[in-house]
Design a protein around this ligand. Structure first.
Ligand SMILES: Cc1cc2nc3c(=O)[nH]c(=O)nc-3n(C[C@H](O)[C@H](O)[C@H](O)COP(=O)(O)O)c2cc1C
Length: 305
């Protein structure tokens, strides 16, 4: 997730709940550049958590240097590549990148075939269901299969929908049924009940957790049956305070200055939608200094019921 799943956050998740796989933020290919991947992106792409596969996501249109960028990433040791075919933001879709690739479906198969020759580990695609019609996904499925990608992550919303409405997991089920490639379901899984429901409803091979896991890192362990399903408000606040303290410490090692560090932490807090924590989150977002934010988090970690 762009702006969120930086190496600092991945390190904290990797040292606590250890997701089975971690993904980078997207690496934006720099069109027409002799160095299509920035140094900052190389650092992100090559900083994995020991023992957890890191999938590096690239975004760019087929003619923009995606192949060269992938070569450069692989030459630095990157093993797993995911192609973003879902980003709904205009800056991407106007150049046939991200979700915009649906407007040039004929470019998908040749691009993936080329990448298949280069990528030593898994090659995958993360896609939405289409631009403005959720049936468009079925026009590109054969390209995924012909290029022998290893898995497909489906967020069953159209590009046009952005984040409105809900993911259509009936459509995910149909994609699973019609796909020869393993499908990972993504979209709107924020509770154990929803995780079970989506797995049962779709028959998917696995789940990708986005906003739900950023807001509740223990969601991984709740789904695995290793953490309580629904902790009470104070227990949950203690968990979150501990997690955010770890994140703060991690961000202090990779970002510079109070303003940047606070902004990054607050963007995580903004994804916490739990109504019981609304006032607490508001108080966190008001903090102007790292010292006062840390004090508030420490007090919350030891809060008594
Ligand atoms: C802030 C933000 C940044 C995101 N960045 C990316 C990204 O870089 N690559 C990507 O494939 N999806 C990205 N997404 C989409 C999510 O990966 C995911 O597909 C979507 O949020 C639906 O899943 P969820 O309901 O579990 O969050 C982003 C979503 C948000 C909210």
């Amino acid at each position: 997730m762009q702006g969120v799943t930086n190496r600092g956050l991945r390190e904290v998740f990797g040292s606590t709940v250890r997701p089975d796989v971690l993904f980078t933020e997207f690496v934006r290919v720099r069109p027409g550049s002799a160095t299509p991947v920035s140094n900052a992106d190389f650092t992100e792409a090559t900083t994995a958590v020991a023992g957890i596969p890191l999938v590096v996501q690239v975004i760019g249109s087929a003619d923009e240097g995606v192949v060269q960028a992938t070569r450069d990433l692989v030459s630095r040791g990157v093993e797993h590549i995911n192609v973003n075919m879902g980003c709904p933001w205009g800056r991407m879709t106007s150049v046939l990148a991200g979700g915009g690739m649906f407007r040039a479906p004929e470019t998908v198969e040749p691009l993936l075939r080329e990448l298949r020759q280069i990528v030593p580990g898994s090659l995958s695609v993360k896609t939405r269901s289409g631009i403005d019609d959720e049936r468009q996904i079925f026009d590109v499925m054969s390209a995924f299969e012909a290029a022998s990608i290893d898995f497909l992550v489906v967020h069953s919303r159209t590009v046009q929908q952005k984040y409105t409405g809900t993911a259509n997991h009936d459509l995910t089920r149909e994609i699973v049924k019609r796909s020869a490639i393993p499908v990972i379901a993504n979209g709107d899984v924020t509770t154990v009940a929803q995780a079970k429901q989506v797995m049962e409803q779709t028959g998917a091979t696995g789940l990708m957790l986005g906003r739900g896991a950023i807001a509740d890192p223990w969601l991984f362990d709740r789904i695995r049956g290793l953490a309580p399903d629904k902790p009470d408000g104070i227990a949950r606040r203690r968990e979150l305070a501990r997690h955010l303290s770890l994140l703060l410490a991690s961000y202090e090692t990779i970002f510079y200055g109070d303003a940047q560090i606070l902004a990054k932490l607050k963007s995580v807090v903004a994804l916490i939608k739990d109504p019981d924590q609304r006032r607490w989150c508001k108080a966190l977002k008001k903090q102007q200094h790292i010292v006062s934010l840390r004090r508030l988090l420490e007090a919350s970690m030891t809060e008594d019921p």
